[in-house]
Design a protein around this ligand. Structure first.
Ligand SMILES: Cc1cc2nc3c(=O)[nH]c(=O)nc-3n(C[C@H](O)[C@H](O)[C@H](O)COP(=O)(O)OP(=O)(O)OC[C@H]3O[C@@H](n4cnc5c(N)ncnc54)[C@H](O)[C@@H]3O)c2cc1C
Length: 349
Protein backbone atom coordinates (compact mmCIF):
# COMPACT_ATOMS: atom_id res chain seq x y z
CA UNK A 1 0.00 0.00 0.00
CA UNK A 2 1.50 3.41 -0.90
CA UNK A 3 2.62 5.35 2.16
CA UNK A 4 0.37 8.33 1.47
CA UNK A 5 -2.86 6.35 1.98
CA UNK A 6 -5.14 7.20 4.91
CA UNK A 7 -4.00 5.43 8.05
CA UNK A 8 -7.46 4.48 9.18
CA UNK A 9 -9.04 3.01 6.09
CA UNK A 10 -12.33 1.40 7.06
CA UNK A 11 -12.55 -2.35 6.52
CA UNK A 12 -14.86 -3.68 3.80
CA UNK A 13 -15.05 -0.48 1.75
CA UNK A 14 -17.98 -0.99 -0.69
CA UNK A 15 -16.57 -1.90 -4.09
CA UNK A 16 -18.56 0.69 -6.05
CA UNK A 17 -17.22 3.57 -3.95
CA UNK A 18 -13.88 5.12 -4.87
CA UNK A 19 -11.17 4.35 -2.36
CA UNK A 20 -10.84 7.14 0.14
CA UNK A 21 -7.65 8.51 -1.32
CA UNK A 22 -9.22 8.65 -4.78
CA UNK A 23 -12.08 10.80 -3.59
CA UNK A 24 -12.14 14.36 -4.81
CA UNK A 25 -12.88 16.90 -2.13
CA UNK A 26 -13.95 20.50 -2.68
CA UNK A 27 -13.32 22.92 0.18
CA UNK A 28 -15.13 26.25 0.05
CA UNK A 29 -13.28 28.95 1.98
CA UNK A 30 -9.56 29.44 2.55
CA UNK A 31 -9.72 30.82 6.08
CA UNK A 32 -8.03 29.00 8.96
CA UNK A 33 -10.57 26.14 9.09
CA UNK A 34 -10.57 25.46 5.33
CA UNK A 35 -6.78 25.57 5.12
CA UNK A 36 -6.22 23.30 8.10
CA UNK A 37 -8.84 20.86 6.80
CA UNK A 38 -7.08 20.82 3.42
CA UNK A 39 -3.70 20.42 5.07
CA UNK A 40 -4.63 17.21 6.90
CA UNK A 41 -6.59 15.75 3.97
CA UNK A 42 -3.64 16.34 1.65
CA UNK A 43 -1.31 14.80 4.20
CA UNK A 44 -3.45 11.66 4.00
CA UNK A 45 -3.29 11.52 0.23
CA UNK A 46 -6.65 13.07 -0.67
CA UNK A 47 -7.14 15.24 -3.71
CA UNK A 48 -8.36 18.70 -2.64
CA UNK A 49 -9.65 21.73 -4.52
CA UNK A 50 -9.92 24.99 -2.56
CA UNK A 51 -12.31 27.77 -3.59
CA UNK A 52 -11.97 31.21 -2.03
CA UNK A 53 -14.01 34.24 -3.00
CA UNK A 54 -11.34 36.73 -1.89
CA UNK A 55 -8.07 37.30 -3.68
CA UNK A 56 -6.05 36.05 -0.71
CA UNK A 57 -5.95 33.49 2.08
CA UNK A 58 -7.10 34.11 5.64
CA UNK A 59 -10.81 34.96 5.75
CA UNK A 60 -11.50 36.88 8.95
CA UNK A 61 -7.81 36.81 9.92
CA UNK A 62 -7.27 39.60 7.47
CA UNK A 63 -5.17 42.72 7.14
CA UNK A 64 -6.09 46.00 5.48
CA UNK A 65 -3.24 48.16 4.17
CA UNK A 66 -3.13 51.93 3.91
CA UNK A 67 0.16 53.42 2.79
CA UNK A 68 2.61 51.63 5.08
CA UNK A 69 0.06 51.02 7.83
CA UNK A 70 -1.47 47.61 8.35
CA UNK A 71 -4.74 47.16 10.21
CA UNK A 72 -5.67 43.72 11.54
CA UNK A 73 -9.33 44.63 11.29
CA UNK A 74 -10.57 41.06 11.83
CA UNK A 75 -8.64 38.88 14.28
CA UNK A 76 -6.47 41.32 16.24
CA UNK A 77 -4.09 38.78 17.77
CA UNK A 78 -3.90 35.09 18.51
CA UNK A 79 -3.85 32.97 21.63
CA UNK A 80 -4.15 29.24 21.96
CA UNK A 81 -3.86 26.13 24.07
CA UNK A 82 -4.26 23.39 21.46
CA UNK A 83 -0.98 21.53 20.97
CA UNK A 84 -1.39 21.39 17.17
CA UNK A 85 -2.42 25.05 16.84
CA UNK A 86 0.28 26.47 19.16
CA UNK A 87 3.26 25.86 16.83
CA UNK A 88 1.46 27.82 14.11
CA UNK A 89 1.00 30.92 16.27
CA UNK A 90 4.38 30.55 17.95
CA UNK A 91 5.88 30.86 14.45
CA UNK A 92 4.53 34.45 14.47
CA UNK A 93 5.77 37.21 16.80
CA UNK A 94 4.98 37.37 20.51
CA UNK A 95 3.34 40.61 21.63
CA UNK A 96 2.85 41.75 25.20
CA UNK A 97 0.71 44.88 24.90
CA UNK A 98 1.66 47.69 27.27
CA UNK A 99 -0.70 47.83 30.21
CA UNK A 100 -1.57 44.10 30.22
CA UNK A 101 -0.03 40.90 31.55
CA UNK A 102 -1.23 38.96 28.53
CA UNK A 103 0.99 37.50 25.84
CA UNK A 104 -0.46 37.34 22.36
CA UNK A 105 0.89 36.38 18.96
CA UNK A 106 0.69 38.60 15.89
CA UNK A 107 1.94 38.47 12.33
CA UNK A 108 4.87 40.79 11.58
CA UNK A 109 3.19 41.84 8.35
CA UNK A 110 -0.38 41.29 9.48
CA UNK A 111 -2.86 38.80 10.92
CA UNK A 112 -3.16 37.02 7.57
CA UNK A 113 0.39 35.72 8.00
CA UNK A 114 -1.01 32.77 9.96
CA UNK A 115 -3.13 31.63 7.02
CA UNK A 116 -0.47 32.52 4.46
CA UNK A 117 2.02 30.25 6.27
CA UNK A 118 -0.36 27.27 6.24
CA UNK A 119 -1.23 27.95 2.58
CA UNK A 120 2.42 28.28 1.53
CA UNK A 121 3.28 25.00 3.22
CA UNK A 122 0.52 22.99 1.52
CA UNK A 123 0.98 24.62 -1.88
CA UNK A 124 4.69 23.80 -1.79
CA UNK A 125 4.26 20.28 -0.46
CA UNK A 126 1.23 19.03 -2.39
CA UNK A 127 1.47 20.60 -5.84
CA UNK A 128 -0.01 17.56 -7.60
CA UNK A 129 -2.99 16.90 -5.30
CA UNK A 130 -4.06 20.49 -4.48
CA UNK A 131 -5.75 23.06 -6.70
CA UNK A 132 -6.42 26.47 -5.16
CA UNK A 133 -8.80 28.88 -6.87
CA UNK A 134 -8.73 32.38 -5.41
CA UNK A 135 -11.29 34.97 -6.44
CA UNK A 136 -13.95 32.31 -7.08
CA UNK A 137 -17.30 32.71 -5.32
CA UNK A 138 -19.24 29.45 -5.16
CA UNK A 139 -22.95 30.10 -5.47
CA UNK A 140 -24.45 26.62 -5.86
CA UNK A 141 -23.70 22.99 -5.21
CA UNK A 142 -25.86 20.58 -7.23
CA UNK A 143 -26.05 16.79 -7.38
CA UNK A 144 -24.73 14.89 -10.39
CA UNK A 145 -25.31 11.42 -11.83
CA UNK A 146 -23.45 9.22 -10.99
CA UNK A 147 -23.33 10.39 -7.39
CA UNK A 148 -21.27 13.52 -6.94
CA UNK A 149 -21.45 17.30 -6.66
CA UNK A 150 -20.99 20.09 -9.15
CA UNK A 151 -19.93 23.55 -7.95
CA UNK A 152 -20.89 26.71 -9.80
CA UNK A 153 -19.43 30.19 -9.38
CA UNK A 154 -21.18 33.55 -9.64
CA UNK A 155 -19.53 33.91 -13.05
CA UNK A 156 -21.16 30.71 -14.34
CA UNK A 157 -18.06 28.49 -14.23
CA UNK A 158 -18.54 24.84 -13.21
CA UNK A 159 -16.15 22.65 -11.26
CA UNK A 160 -16.44 18.99 -10.43
CA UNK A 161 -17.80 16.47 -9.94
CA UNK A 162 -16.58 16.11 -6.37
CA UNK A 163 -17.27 13.23 -3.98
CA UNK A 164 -17.32 15.44 -0.90
CA UNK A 165 -18.02 19.17 -0.54
CA UNK A 166 -16.93 20.99 2.62
CA UNK A 167 -18.13 24.52 3.24
CA UNK A 168 -16.26 26.67 5.76
CA UNK A 169 -18.22 29.83 4.96
CA UNK A 170 -20.17 31.27 7.91
CA UNK A 171 -23.43 29.27 8.45
CA UNK A 172 -25.89 31.67 6.73
CA UNK A 173 -23.64 31.73 3.64
CA UNK A 174 -23.25 27.94 3.70
CA UNK A 175 -27.04 27.60 3.85
CA UNK A 176 -27.26 29.57 0.59
CA UNK A 177 -24.45 27.61 -1.05
CA UNK A 178 -26.15 24.32 -0.09
CA UNK A 179 -29.66 25.48 -1.08
CA UNK A 180 -29.99 22.60 -3.61
CA UNK A 181 -28.64 20.00 -1.20
CA UNK A 182 -30.78 17.74 0.94
CA UNK A 183 -28.71 16.85 3.95
CA UNK A 184 -28.75 16.85 7.74
CA UNK A 185 -25.84 19.32 7.50
CA UNK A 186 -27.98 22.00 5.87
CA UNK A 187 -30.73 21.54 8.45
CA UNK A 188 -28.28 22.03 11.32
CA UNK A 189 -26.64 25.04 9.63
CA UNK A 190 -30.04 26.69 9.33
CA UNK A 191 -30.36 26.86 13.13
CA UNK A 192 -27.18 28.89 13.61
CA UNK A 193 -27.20 32.69 13.88
CA UNK A 194 -24.27 35.03 13.43
CA UNK A 195 -23.70 38.55 14.76
CA UNK A 196 -22.32 41.59 12.96
CA UNK A 197 -19.31 43.71 13.98
CA UNK A 198 -18.28 47.13 12.74
CA UNK A 199 -14.51 47.67 12.81
CA UNK A 200 -13.07 51.17 12.62
CA UNK A 201 -9.52 51.77 11.37
CA UNK A 202 -7.92 55.03 12.45
CA UNK A 203 -4.65 56.89 12.15
CA UNK A 204 -4.32 59.76 14.65
CA UNK A 205 -1.63 62.45 14.62
CA UNK A 206 -0.80 61.61 18.24
CA UNK A 207 -1.42 58.30 20.01
CA UNK A 208 -4.40 58.04 22.37
CA UNK A 209 -3.53 57.95 26.06
CA UNK A 210 -4.75 54.38 26.45
CA UNK A 211 -3.16 50.97 27.02
CA UNK A 212 -2.32 49.02 23.84
CA UNK A 213 -5.39 46.84 24.19
CA UNK A 214 -8.57 48.09 25.85
CA UNK A 215 -11.46 45.67 26.26
CA UNK A 216 -15.08 46.86 26.48
CA UNK A 217 -14.45 50.39 27.83
CA UNK A 218 -18.17 51.08 27.41
CA UNK A 219 -21.33 49.43 26.03
CA UNK A 220 -20.66 50.47 22.44
CA UNK A 221 -17.00 49.56 22.03
CA UNK A 222 -15.78 46.02 22.54
CA UNK A 223 -12.04 46.44 21.86
CA UNK A 224 -9.44 49.03 20.97
CA UNK A 225 -6.11 47.75 19.66
CA UNK A 226 -3.07 49.93 19.10
CA UNK A 227 -1.75 48.52 15.83
CA UNK A 228 1.35 50.75 15.99
CA UNK A 229 2.44 48.89 19.14
CA UNK A 230 2.58 45.51 17.47
CA UNK A 231 6.13 44.28 16.90
CA UNK A 232 7.81 45.40 13.66
CA UNK A 233 4.84 47.48 12.51
CA UNK A 234 6.76 50.75 12.97
CA UNK A 235 9.72 49.26 11.13
CA UNK A 236 7.47 48.40 8.19
CA UNK A 237 6.53 52.07 7.89
CA UNK A 238 10.00 53.06 6.93
CA UNK A 239 9.55 51.19 3.65
CA UNK A 240 6.68 53.44 2.61
CA UNK A 241 7.24 57.05 1.64
CA UNK A 242 3.86 58.48 2.75
CA UNK A 243 3.97 56.57 6.01
CA UNK A 244 7.64 57.23 6.81
CA UNK A 245 6.70 60.64 8.14
CA UNK A 246 4.02 59.12 10.31
CA UNK A 247 6.25 57.33 12.81
CA UNK A 248 5.01 58.26 16.27
CA UNK A 249 1.43 58.68 15.15
CA UNK A 250 -1.34 56.47 16.52
CA UNK A 251 -2.91 53.65 14.55
CA UNK A 252 -5.94 51.81 15.89
CA UNK A 253 -8.59 49.21 15.20
CA UNK A 254 -11.69 49.98 17.22
CA UNK A 255 -14.27 47.21 17.30
CA UNK A 256 -17.87 48.13 18.04
CA UNK A 257 -19.91 46.01 20.45
CA UNK A 258 -22.44 43.52 19.17
CA UNK A 259 -25.33 45.74 20.33
CA UNK A 260 -23.95 48.85 18.65
CA UNK A 261 -23.17 46.92 15.46
CA UNK A 262 -26.62 45.36 15.30
CA UNK A 263 -28.32 48.71 15.97
CA UNK A 264 -26.32 50.32 13.15
CA UNK A 265 -26.16 47.31 10.84
CA UNK A 266 -27.46 49.30 7.86
CA UNK A 267 -25.52 52.52 8.55
CA UNK A 268 -22.99 53.76 6.01
CA UNK A 269 -19.26 53.57 6.78
CA UNK A 270 -19.20 57.40 6.99
CA UNK A 271 -21.96 57.37 9.62
CA UNK A 272 -20.13 54.68 11.58
CA UNK A 273 -16.89 56.68 11.57
CA UNK A 274 -18.70 59.70 12.96
CA UNK A 275 -20.56 57.73 15.64
CA UNK A 276 -17.59 55.67 16.79
CA UNK A 277 -15.15 58.59 16.90
CA UNK A 278 -17.72 60.43 19.05
CA UNK A 279 -17.86 57.34 21.29
CA UNK A 280 -14.07 57.38 21.64
CA UNK A 281 -14.24 61.07 22.55
CA UNK A 282 -16.53 60.33 25.49
CA UNK A 283 -13.91 58.01 26.98
CA UNK A 284 -10.63 59.95 27.06
CA UNK A 285 -11.50 63.39 25.88
CA UNK A 286 -11.18 64.75 22.34
CA UNK A 287 -9.63 62.32 19.86
CA UNK A 288 -6.35 63.68 18.37
CA UNK A 289 -6.52 64.88 14.77
CA UNK A 290 -7.55 62.07 12.43
CA UNK A 291 -5.25 61.44 9.48
CA UNK A 292 -7.13 58.42 8.17
CA UNK A 293 -10.40 56.70 8.99
CA UNK A 294 -12.19 53.76 7.46
CA UNK A 295 -14.99 51.47 8.66
CA UNK A 296 -15.58 47.85 7.70
CA UNK A 297 -18.70 45.84 8.45
CA UNK A 298 -18.22 42.17 9.21
CA UNK A 299 -21.74 40.96 8.56
CA UNK A 300 -20.95 37.49 9.90
CA UNK A 301 -18.27 38.39 12.45
CA UNK A 302 -19.07 35.58 14.86
CA UNK A 303 -21.62 33.07 16.07
CA UNK A 304 -24.23 33.93 18.70
CA UNK A 305 -24.42 30.38 20.11
CA UNK A 306 -21.84 27.87 18.85
CA UNK A 307 -22.97 24.49 17.50
CA UNK A 308 -21.26 22.64 20.34
CA UNK A 309 -19.80 19.96 18.04
CA UNK A 310 -16.48 20.09 16.20
CA UNK A 311 -17.92 19.85 12.64
CA UNK A 312 -20.93 18.74 10.61
CA UNK A 313 -20.55 15.74 8.30
CA UNK A 314 -23.16 13.86 6.28
CA UNK A 315 -21.03 10.98 5.09
CA UNK A 316 -23.83 9.40 3.08
CA UNK A 317 -24.35 12.55 1.01
CA UNK A 318 -20.73 13.73 0.99
CA UNK A 319 -21.61 17.11 2.48
CA UNK A 320 -19.75 18.74 5.38
CA UNK A 321 -19.24 22.07 7.13
CA UNK A 322 -16.59 23.39 9.50
CA UNK A 323 -15.53 26.69 11.02
CA UNK A 324 -14.98 28.56 14.27
CA UNK A 325 -18.76 28.68 14.77
CA UNK A 326 -18.70 24.99 15.69
CA UNK A 327 -17.19 25.61 19.11
CA UNK A 328 -16.57 29.36 19.52
CA UNK A 329 -15.31 32.57 17.99
CA UNK A 330 -11.55 32.31 17.68
CA UNK A 331 -8.95 31.28 15.14
CA UNK A 332 -8.14 28.32 17.38
CA UNK A 333 -11.77 27.18 17.18
CA UNK A 334 -11.56 27.41 13.38
CA UNK A 335 -8.30 25.43 13.28
CA UNK A 336 -9.62 22.67 15.54
CA UNK A 337 -12.86 22.38 13.58
CA UNK A 338 -11.07 22.07 10.24
CA UNK A 339 -8.64 19.54 11.70
CA UNK A 340 -11.34 17.39 13.29
CA UNK A 341 -13.44 17.34 10.14
CA UNK A 342 -10.42 16.20 8.13
CA UNK A 343 -9.70 13.46 10.67
CA UNK A 344 -13.32 12.28 10.48
CA UNK A 345 -13.25 12.18 6.67
CA UNK A 346 -9.90 10.39 6.75
CA UNK A 347 -11.09 7.84 9.27
CA UNK A 348 -14.11 7.11 7.08
CA UNK A 349 -16.33 6.33 10.05
C1 LIG B 1 -13.75 41.81 14.16
C2 LIG B 1 -13.19 40.45 14.50
C3 LIG B 1 -12.26 40.32 15.52
C4 LIG B 1 -11.72 39.06 15.85
N1 LIG B 1 -10.75 38.97 16.81
C5 LIG B 1 -10.14 37.77 17.01
C6 LIG B 1 -9.01 37.67 17.87
O1 LIG B 1 -8.52 38.68 18.43
N2 LIG B 1 -8.43 36.44 18.03
C7 LIG B 1 -8.91 35.32 17.40
O2 LIG B 1 -8.34 34.21 17.57
N3 LIG B 1 -9.98 35.39 16.59
C8 LIG B 1 -10.59 36.59 16.37
N4 LIG B 1 -11.65 36.68 15.50
C9 LIG B 1 -12.21 35.44 14.96
C10 LIG B 1 -11.37 34.81 13.86
O3 LIG B 1 -11.08 35.76 12.87
C11 LIG B 1 -12.19 33.65 13.30
O4 LIG B 1 -12.54 32.79 14.36
C12 LIG B 1 -11.48 32.82 12.25
O5 LIG B 1 -10.77 33.64 11.36
C13 LIG B 1 -12.53 32.00 11.51
O6 LIG B 1 -11.93 31.20 10.52
P1 LIG B 1 -12.84 30.29 9.59
O7 LIG B 1 -11.96 29.60 8.65
O8 LIG B 1 -13.74 29.45 10.43
O9 LIG B 1 -13.83 31.31 8.83
P2 LIG B 1 -13.46 32.50 7.85
O10 LIG B 1 -12.20 33.13 8.22
O11 LIG B 1 -14.69 33.34 7.80
O12 LIG B 1 -13.24 31.77 6.45
C14 LIG B 1 -14.29 31.46 5.58
C15 LIG B 1 -13.83 31.77 4.18
O13 LIG B 1 -14.86 31.40 3.26
C16 LIG B 1 -14.85 32.33 2.21
N5 LIG B 1 -16.15 32.24 1.55
C17 LIG B 1 -17.36 32.57 2.07
N6 LIG B 1 -18.32 32.35 1.15
C18 LIG B 1 -17.71 31.85 0.06
C19 LIG B 1 -18.17 31.44 -1.22
N7 LIG B 1 -19.47 31.49 -1.54
N8 LIG B 1 -17.27 31.00 -2.12
C20 LIG B 1 -15.95 30.95 -1.83
N9 LIG B 1 -15.46 31.33 -0.63
C21 LIG B 1 -16.32 31.78 0.30
C22 LIG B 1 -14.59 33.66 2.90
O14 LIG B 1 -14.12 34.64 1.99
C23 LIG B 1 -13.56 33.27 3.94
O15 LIG B 1 -12.24 33.43 3.47
C24 LIG B 1 -12.17 37.91 15.15
C25 LIG B 1 -13.11 38.05 14.12
C26 LIG B 1 -13.61 39.30 13.78
C27 LIG B 1 -14.59 39.43 12.65
Amino acid sequence: MPSNLPENLPENLPENLPHLEDQKIAIIGAGISGLQCASLLLEHGFNCTLFEKSRGFGGRTSTRRKDGWRFDHGAGYFTGTDSDFLPHIEALLPWQPKGTDEKFYVGATGANELAKNIAAQIIQQYTSSLSAHLGKTITTVTPTTPKGWLLKTNEGESFGPFDIVVSTAPPPQSVNIFANVESTVTQRLGDLQTYCTWALMLVTRKPLTTPDVVLAPNANISRITAEHSKPQRQALLTGSEPARNSLGQGQYVVQASRTFSQTHIEATPEEIIQLMVAELGTLWGPVPELLHSQAHRWLHAGIKVPLGEAYLLDREQGIAAAGDWCTGNSAQDAFISGANLAKAITAGS
